[in-house]
Each structure stands twice: as C-alpha cells, then as structure tokens.
Write a protein that binds this ligand. Structure first.
Ligand SMILES: Cc1cc2nc3c(=O)[nH]c(=O)nc-3n(C[C@H](O)[C@H](O)[C@H](O)COP(=O)(O)OP(=O)(O)OC[C@H]3O[C@@H](n4cnc5c(N)ncnc54)[C@H](O)[C@@H]3O)c2cc1C
Length: 654
C-alpha cells in the first residue's frame, strides 16, 4: 500500500499535471490550446507543425544582431550570436529554404560514390574518428563500420593492411566555442583513459591529439591519415553547425587526398531528417513529432539494434613499422592529459565519485534506475548508487516504475541520472530503449507507465537534436522565433550574479543553482524553474543562462541545453507560451513538498520548519528571517511577472 506521503505526492502531481499541462512540453498537446490571461497569444504563430520549412532560417533579423561571426576563440564574447569560424560564407546565417549544413554534408558524402568503389579493396588502413558524443566501444555505428571495412581490407591485402586506428582530437577551441566547462572536459579525459585501455586489449591504438586552433583540424586529420596509410575515415555525425561545416572541409580535403569518408547517424535513435510532416518539413512541436517518431521507430526496430563490437586488429600491428608507436604515442600534444589548460577541474575527486567512469558505469546507472527501489530521498550520492534495495524489473516500486511521480520530486531518486553518460556517448540512447523494451516486452512511449514516460524523455533528447539540425540558427545563438530576438532584456550584473550563486531569496531557485555549482548537474524540474526565473522574473537574456549551465554541467549538451532554455524563455520551438510564467512558490511546494531539497542545498534554511521553507521572507517574522542570514527576494513575483508580460507582449517596448 502506498504510504501517506506517496499518496499525497501522487495527488499533488495529478493536480499539478492538470494545471500545468502546457507547462511541461511533454504533457502539452498543443501549448497554444490553453491561452489565457492575455489576449494576443501564440495563436498568431504559424501552424505549429512545420511552420518553418526544412532548413528554415532567420527571417526578419532583429535586435541589430546580424549573424556575423563574432566572439568565442578569437573575438570578444557575444551573447547575441555565436561565432562560426567554419562558416563557408562568413557572416551568413542559413536562410529560409536554404539547404542545411546537414543536407550539404549528406550530399558531399554521397558524391564520393566512385571513390568508395576504389578504396574498399585497396589494402589501406582505416581511421575511426571518435568525437565528443560517442566515447564508447560498444554499439557505435561508425566504429562498427570502420571495423568491418578494416576486416575487408585485411582480406584483400592478405594481412598487410586493414588495421583500425581510433583517433580523438582534443580541441580547446571547440570547448570554448561550445561553452564546455572543466567538469565536462574532466569527464571526457576520464573516459578517454578508460577507452585507451579498452581499445588496447583489442590491439587497436587510440591516438589522442590536442589541436589548436580548431580551424586546423581538417588538415591535421588528413595528415594523420596519410602518415598512417589510411584510405578510409569513418565518424559518427555531430549535428552542431560548426562541426558540420568542419566535416564538409574534411570531406573536400579527403577527396583531394584519395581518402574515402563515411559519416553515420548514431547519437539519435531516429536520425534527424527522418521525422517529417506529410509535406516533408520538420516538426517544431513535440507531441506530433513524438507520434511520428514512434511510428518511424515501430516500423523499423533495426533503429535500436546494437552495432557489433569492433574486431581486434591482427597482432602484427604491434610490429608494424608505421603503426607500432601509436600505442604509446605521447608528447607534442599526443596522449590523454590529466587536464587541459584553461579547463582545470578543481573538484576532480568529487566528480569521479559522483559520476564514475568505468567500463560498466553507465550500465550500473541504468540497472540502479530500473531495478532499484524508488521513492527514496537521495541528494548527494554516486549516480550508480541511488538509494537502497532492489525490486523486480517492471515493478511499480522501482525508480523506473515510479518515474511519472518521482521525476517531478526534486529530492527523490526519481530520475536516472544517465545524462552525463548519454551526452558524452558512454552509452547509446538505443541501449536505453532496448533495456526498457526488455523489461516491458514491447516498445512503450507515452504517458501510461514509468517506462513509457522515460522513453518519451529519451525521445525528447532526439527532438532537440532534430531541431538543431533542421534550424542551425539555434546553434548560432538565435531565438527560434525571430520576434523574440527583440525582447528588451535587463542588463543587471548584480541580479545575474545572485542567480548564478543561488542567492536570489527564492529558496527553490537557490537550491537548484547551488546543486548546479556543486554537482555539475541539476534536476530537470530545477532546470525549468531556474531557467524560467532568470528569463521571466529577472528578465535576463536566456543566452546568459544557457552559457552558465553549459559551463557548469557535466552533462552539457548543446541541443538539450538550448532547447531547454528556449522553451523556458518562450523563444524556441514548441515553447512555453510567454504568458505562462512559473510561480516559484507553488513550484517549490509541489516539487519539494517536505523541503528536503531546499534544506540540503541552502544550509542557511536548515532549521526552518514546515511550509515557511518555501517562502521564509513572507512566512517568518522579520526577526526570525533576519537571523537566518539568507537574502531577501531580489524581485517581487507579481511585479516581475507583469514586467515580463509587458516586454514579451510587444517585443522591443519597455
Ligand atoms: C534549461 C534546461 C537546460 C538543460 N540542459 C541540458 C543539458 O545540457 N544536457 C542534457 O543532457 N539535458 C539538459 N536538459 C534536459 C534535462 O533537464 C536533463 O536531461 C535531465 O535533467 C537529466 O537527468 P536524468 O538523466 O536523470 O534524466 P531522466 O529524467 O532520467 O531522463 C533520461 C534522459 O532523457 C533525456 N531527457 C530528459 N529530459 C529531457 C529534456 N527536457 N530535454 C532533452 N532531453 C531530455 C536526457 O538524455 C536524460 O538523461 C536541460 C533542461 C532544461 C530545462
């Protein structure tokens, strides 16, 4: 029988789902359906499905922000747009109806056709270029292809060629351009060390090379191919705009050098470009996209099949004059460093405890989520040890079984915490769906069970990657809805700093922000509450928040982070309509009913009893509040809300 606490939480979540159908994009059938309060809402938006064409770009650029390349590695940072130093047409943002960089890449790959025929049996070696999102040996599409091609070449060359070499490029310029922070980089370096050992067991060298500036990467990669006698280069596709443009340069150079390039979809379950409306356009609203995504996946379950592990290289690679040194190559930028200048991680040990990197760490995280007992308060433990006790897989008592409830309670072990492993690709998204399918014996997506709901979240990750690929402008710092580029943002350093440090006087916001600073992670509900607070209550540019999260998160992922921020700021695809603004107080009472999360993360409030924890300034006496040493609220909810409604209603006005 459910405990009193659980029953109460369940009831609250039910009400919560009702009054917030449109607050959570996964729950909203159509966010425009429930317009209220203000009479000029999103109905004006074009038909939500495919309102913009595949490859839709920036129309009616506003805010004085041209799409010029600025900020980042060499320029001064800009919050309006991001530098794109691989842009083949500097200063140009992909316009309405223009092909996207992903389309260009696919065309360039296709046009190599004749080269492929020649290269398959040429006895050359094969390079697998492992990137930031696919750091694993098991179930990688391009690694499996590279291994297969190497085996074919071995046969054709009677053993003299056909070796597989794995390359990873460390690029501080990329880290900076993507606002990746020390924890994300530390996680990457730990993963690379682990992988070095794993590949070594297969007699496959993993060569790690630090390259700077990043514009030289295409040249360096092709030089290495030449040095290693490689005639085939394989990689999984990265969907960020700069990476796509970089890869176009790689293909061009490879062609000149007689190297064939294969780039495959891997990080999404259903590849971008495969979930389209009847008119062949990308969806910009999650619910219909999700229905189509499910349809595509159900009709082709090979999309979640695992790719085979790579075959070992022949032992002869250890004595090959050209290649034997690769196993130990160190110095001159080669090798996996302990840290990278500018990205030193000051809490390495704590990070390693919280987010361990071992061969089986992601599988332990998933096991703990799927068969660990749910409903426990867990605030600061390793991702692989989330609570005590095991239950049957598919039990309603498991963390997965309770997901519909647990995922909204910020102090509960209710979510999987698999995000850092997915973001860096230590585990494939396919593995997540395969595991739930094995438990429920069918593919479940939707809202009718914990597993279905969790799979929907995994789909959500695909959705934002599809958005990034279809509308590259969001990768370049642009709002998806152009008119909101004009919103007048406050430029108030003091309140921005208060938000960053978790000193806004709103306990739930401060707790979430402090969790971010300490753990490099934040509960999803905390992310939503906090992001909306910054953009609506403090009226700060969403790009500032996006950057702050990005720098601090160990699970930093440009597509999901940008999607989450633009949703919260009401500027994105399928956004939260601007006139619905989270009330931090009711959010606090619903997501942290006992106040455990707040008390843990905001120690000044440790001794505050009962409901006062959610609003100590108004619920305690002045004298009681003063004693806490906790800041007064930096904005007042009602007037902040009114200001936001005004500014959003007529972007550009005061
Ligand atoms: C403002 C904001 C910023 C965000 N930034 C990131 C980010 O940088 N990296 C990141 O991985 N996620 C981001 N998210 C999405 C989400 O908050 C995290 O994926 C989730 O909290 C990770 O915890 P979990 O693994 O326990 O999630 P679970 O609830 O167990 O979900 C499983 C997986 O589904 C995916 N997922 C869940 N929710 C979302 C979502 N809303 N959007 C996209 N994918 C989702 C993630 O890969 C997640 O690991 C952001 C959300 C918001 C609102």
């Amino acid at each position: 029988m459910a405990s009193k606490r659980e029953a109460k939480a369940e009831q609250e979540i039910e009400e919560y789902d009702e009054d917030e159908r449109a607050l959570d994009p996964k729950l909203a059938e159509h966010p425009d359906a429930e317009e209220s309060e203000i009479s000029r809402p999103a109905k004006r938006r074009k038909a939500a499905d495919g309102g913009a064409s595949w490859g839709g770009g920036v129309k009616g650029e506003t805010n004085g922000a041209s799409t010029s390349d600025a900020g980042g590695e060499n320029g001064s940072p800009s919050i309006s747009f991001k530098r794109s130093d691989f842009n083949p047409r500097p200063g140009h943002c992909i316009g309405e109806g223009e092909p996207t960089p992903l389309m260009d890449l696919q065309r360039a790959l296709f046009n190599q056709g004749s080269q492929k025929k020649g290269s398959e049996n040429d006895g050359g070696n094969v390079v697998f270029w492992m990137r930031m999102h696919d750091l694993r040996i098991h179930d990688s599409r391009a690694l499996a292809l590279a291994s297969d091609l190497a085996a074919k070449r071995r046969k054709a060359s009677a053993g003299s060629g056909g070796n597989l070499i794995v390359l990873h490029i460390l690029s501080p310029g990329d880290f900076k351009a993507h606002d990746r922070g020390p924890r994300r980089i530390d996680f990457l370096l730990r993963a690379l060390k682990q992988l070095e050992a794993g590949f070594n067991k297969l007699d496959i060298p993993l060569v790690t090379l630090l390259v700077h500036p990043r514009t030289t990467i295409p040249d360096r990669v092709l030089e290495l191919c030449k040095e290693w006698g490689a005639t085939e280069l394989c990689a999984n596709i990265e969907y960020e705009v700069d990476e796509l443009w970089r890869d176009l340069r790689v293909i061009k150079k490879a062609r000149e050098q007689g190297v064939h390039v294969s780039m495959l979809h891997d990080s999404c379950i259903v590849p971008p470009g495969k979930v389209l409306t009847g008119n062949g356009k990308p969806y910009s609203v999650f619910s219909p996209w999700n229905r189509k995504w499910t349809e595509v996946l159900s009709s082709d379950l090979s999309l979640i099949e695992a790719s085979p592990d790579p075959e070992p290289n022949p032992k002869s690679i250890r004595t090959d004059a050209k290649l034997k040194g690769l196993f130990e190559r160190k110095g001159d930028g080669y090798g996996v460093p302990d840290e990278i200048a500018g990205f030193e991680c000051h809490d390495k040990e704590y990070m390693a405890k919280l987010w361990p990197v071992t061969d089986d760490a992601p599988f332990k995280v998933l096991d703990s989520f799927m068969t660990g007992k749910g409903g426990q308060t867990v605030l600061d433990s390793s991702a692989i040890e989330q609570g005590k006790g095991k239950v049957e897989a598919n039990s309603k008592e498991s963390r997965l079984g309770r997901y519909a409830i647990g995922r909204n309670l910020v102090s509960e072990n209710g979510t999987s915490r698999i995000s850092p492993y997915l973001a860096a690709g230590l585990v494939s998204a396919r593995e997540c769906i395969r595991r739930t399918k094995a438990i429920t014996k069918r593919l479940t997506v939707g809202r009718d069970s914990g597993a279905a709901m969790w799979n929907t979240e995994i789909a959500f990750r695909d959705f934002y990657a599809h958005v990034l690929a279809a509308w590259p402008k969001v990768s370049m710092g642009h709002a998806f809805i152009p008119k909101y580029e004009n919103v007048r943002w406050e430029r108030d350093e003091k309140s921005l700093e208060a938000w960053k440090e978790g000193k806004t006087g709103y306990p739930i916001v401060d707790a979430a922000q402090r969790q971010c600073l300490k753990q490099g992670y934040m509960h999803n509900r905390g992310r939503m509450i906090s992001a909306m607070f910054l953009t609506k209550h403090l009226l700060q540019d969403w790009r500032l928040g996006e950057k702050h999260f990005s720098i601090h998160f160990v699970d930093q992922d440009q597509a999901s982070n940008n999607g989450g921020w633009q949703w919260s700021a009401s500027t994105g695809t399928d956004p939260q309509p601007y006139f619905r603004i989270f009330n931090p107080l009711s959010q606090s009472e619903k997501s942290d009913p006992e106040g455990d999360y707040i008390r843990y993360w905001v120690p000044e409030l440790k001794g505050v009893k009962g409901k006062a924890i959610h609003d100590p300034f108004n619920r305690l006496t002045k004298a009681e509040f003063k004693k806490l040493g906790y800041p007064e609220p930096i904005v007042e909810h009602k007037s902040a809300r009114e200001r936001a409604l005004r500014r959003y209603k007529n972007p550009g006005d005061e």
